[in-house]
Design a protein around this ligand. Sequence first.
Ligand SMILES: [Ca+2]
Length: 499
Amino acid sequence: MRSLAILSIILYAFSGFSLASERKPHVLFVAIDDLNDYISPLDNHPGVKTPNFERLAKRSLNFANAHCAAPACHPSRVAIMTGVHPSSSGIYRNMFGAHGPRWRHESPMLEKAVVLSQHFRDHGYRSVGGGKIFHTLQWTPGDSQNDPDAWDDYRGDPNDPISKDWKRPKLMPDEKAGLGKGRPLGGGSQLFGAAPLDLPDEKTGDHMVVDWAIGEMKKEHPKPLFLAVGLFRPHIPWEVPQKWFEAHPLEKVKLPQHQEDDLKDAHNHGRTGWHKWVLANKQWKKFMQGYLASISYVDHQLGRLLDALDATPNMKDNTIIVVWSDHGFHIGEKGNWEKFALWDQTTRVPLFIHAPGVSKDGAKTRQPATLTDVYPTLCELVGLPIPKQCDGVSLVPQLKDPTTKRDRTSLTSFQFWGEKTPSHGVSDARYRYIKYGNGFEELYDLEADPHEFTNRAQDSSLSKVKARLVQAIPTDAAPIRAVPKDSPHHRANQKKKQD
Ligand SMILES: [Ca+2]
């Protein structure tokens, strides 16, 4: 009798354990490339309607003051996927020519870092990914910094996850297109350009990645699922099917709020040549149309993911959702295009987190967050240990109560060309302070001046605010790293191997 009782206790304990593990929520982790705060829940461009982001905002906490760790694809993505901030790793900029996780050799801090998906896999999850999670581009086939070992499965070639899906942009000599010389990213190239695609959605890359993700959701889930979906639009080139352009007729397209002499009291980002070409060729509205068309296209893809989630009984109420973009984006604000700067416009990112039974869904918070906070947040939500490598701090207190004050600012770091040390930007709930590598300072009151038109770093009425924010600037930031030519993931070495 006694042994039977012990046996039933053991059985009970084991069944309890297995029930607990079955209850671990799935994770839907969606990365969007170059999506800024124009979407309607962040509301920084008049007239933009993104119904699926609104749907998402209703069922998650909207981190309306979240910032990337670095304003460029590669360093931002390595930072969120390892939890290691650029100021620790020294990875501040894009570094091309990799085939595999060369970042492990770019920075000694990253050599043994455990990738987020791998950490979940090590703790009982099935981790799968598709599309652009680590850095890669449409026009550089085989040049990707993904780590194939960090996943149970990856859609397609993990070292070339998007270039086969997204057809190369058409090349047309600029003179033939009626455009002047000096187009950024190479003459005759439409990489920096907007054009409707003569294709149905179904034949476009992100649609196919979402199809794959829906297939993954529909599978049986003996283990909880960590599903990473990387969407490439609205990254350039702004080429999506015609209907998304028709949703934004050129005559209704508004330019972003801007001031002609906005750089007068600000750091020069060194990319004004792009804007000069756009102005000289009267492309500003057309490119804004292309960016908005690409946002509507990606909003539609997000909606398809949410539809699929809701149609999957096993996942509907038991899935953590995280949606983020790798950095903000300029459409001519401050004479800048793309990213590679430290203003709020460049570093503020959409970040939505839903945690079943935990998050205050439908609310918005201005408490500052950095994307490196996502790794420890997910660990805390599902009860995993937080790896020592992580620089961020869990956002679970804000998920539970969005008014909970954070005792830290956001932190975004970047090294500008021609400067010897990195620059850093920090935000609290109201102010943004930037300390550049050349010593220049900027301070903005985003409540009074959301477009950062007036640099108040020398305004004595804000000296206390500045003194407080200066404390958040790293004093021991890692030096910038160079491409390690001896890495086995350096593409040139792989080419040699193949020859
Ligand atoms: Ca990007």
